[in-house]
Design a protein around this ligand. Structure first.
Ligand SMILES: *Cc1c(COP(=O)(O)O)cnc(C)c1O
Length: 394
């Protein structure tokens, strides 16, 4: 064979990457529903357990369909190694705690997904791990938060829900100087538009529940990085604590990857056009989209992302106006999911971010008029009409 998959274009990686056909020569990736595996001989079992012979042992450690998903995602990301998990939060938890022990310190961007904030503020301290939350756009704040025991920087860019962008390369350089590792939650950017490992991050995490499934069906997660780091920091942790992705979910996510590039590009094209329409409407106080010039960190977005992404945030000035807008939408669903084929709208203050106090919401710039939109695959003119009508009603 002269083809080398890591030289393939993204679209080819997504359709062909990691494909491991059985002796039956099936076209579609096979779904292997099996908890464990059998050996030809007692000696063979021993060799496999000793790691002297390749092959699967038990599905908590790995299994063929799950492996295909991990290989395909690693190829897409350009990472040496990928391990999948049952949800995005399992991947975030694993990614951070695999690098930490009692007495260590984490610095994280303040605009965090609610469950990530809970891990850092509530769960970590039970095990002697402290965290400092900073304004992720302020490089000096990352530097100032460093302590001699800082081991991990955790960040999300674009961040939920207001699409704040931080400079991954600059923050990674600060971490490297201090001997800390950088974990990036890359869900909003997607692997199509942003490659944190190439910008200097050590670990990338995904909620595969979002764009990778993209069709509202299953939960899943993954973390990616260098082989040595993944083996040393995560392999045994995964084996012995069991966050394994189910083979059925892995199979759906594999099929999701086949169309990821197409879907994300189409959804992004729609988001870019609708962001301009929204920004021009008189009822809109502010419209935030990473690839619009008026985004506060547009210059960084243009440098580190190759597309603006599938999400828009808009401020309608008050909760009343935001609710009138949401209730007037006829095609968009009111839902907190994102990255889906179906367009969705959510009011972060009263749903996804209600666990934050008013003061914490204000610290990340989240006031009651903000709405987050996730653009789907419906026709652009239908979505434009739905938005225009709802803005008129707002
Ligand atoms: C949804 C999400 C998660 C958590 O993923 P689950 O699959 O729901 O566990 C983590 N980070 C971001 C940015 C998300 O959007």
């Amino acid at each position: 064979m002269s083809e080398t998959p890591d030289k393939w274009e993204t679209a080819t990686r997504l359709v062909r990457g990691g494909l491991a056909r059985s002796e039956h020569g099936e076209v579609a990736e096979a779904l292997f529903l099996t908890q464990s595996f059998v050996y030809d001989s007692a000696e063979g079992a021993e060799a496999r357990f000793k790691g002297e012979e390749p092959g699967f042992i038990y599905a908590r450690y790995g299994s063929p369909t799950v492996r295909m998903f991990e290989e395909r995602l690693a190829l897409l990301e350009g990472a040496q190694a990928c391990r999948s998990t049952a949800s995005g939060m399992a991947a975030v938890h694993l990614a951070m705690t695999g690098l930490l022990r009692a007495g260590d310190h984490v610095v994280a961007g303040r605009a965090l997904f609610g469950s990530c904030a809970w891990i850092l503020n509530t769960w970590g301290p039970r095990f002697g791990i402290e965290a400092t939350l900073v304004d992720a756009t302020d490089l000096e704040a990352w530097r100032a938060a460093l302590r001699p025991n800082t081991k991990v920087f955790f960040l999300e860019s674009p961040a939920n829900p207001l699409l704040e962008i931080c400079d991954i390369a600059a923050i990674s350089a600060i971490a490297k100087d201090a001997g800390a590792r950088v974990v990036v939650d890359n869900v909003f950017a997607t692997p199509i538009f942003q490659s944190p490992l190439k910008l200097g991050a050590d670990v990338v995490v995904y909620s595969a529940t979002k764009h990778i499934d993209g069709q509202g069906r299953v939960l899943g997660g993954a973390l990616l990085g260098d082989q040595t780091l993944v083996d040393e920091s995560y392999r045994d942790f995964i084996r012995h604590t069991g966050p394994a992705l189910s083979p059925f979910n892995a199979w759906l996510l594999l099929k999701g990857l086949e169309t990821l590039d197409l879907r994300v590009r189409r959804q992004t094209d729609t988001a870019g056009k609708l962001a301009d329409l929204i920004a021009d409407h008189p009822k809109v106080v502010e419209c935030r989209y990473p690839f619009r010039r008026d985004h506060p960190q547009h210059e960084i977005a243009a440098r580190q992302m190759s597309g603006g992404g599938t999400l828009i945030a808009l401020d309608l000035g008050s909760q009343e106006a935001a609710f009138r807008f949401l209730d007037a939408l006829e095609i968009f669903d009111i839902s907190n999911n994102l990255g889906d084929a179906k367009s969705m709208a959510t009011h972060p203050c009263t749903t996804t971010h209600r666990a934050l106090s008013e003061a914490q919401q204000r610290q990340i710039g989240l006031t009651r008029g903000w709405v987050r939109l996730s653009l789907g695959l419906e026709g652009q003119s239908d979505l434009a009409r739905d938005i225009s009508r709802a803005l008129d009603a707002a």
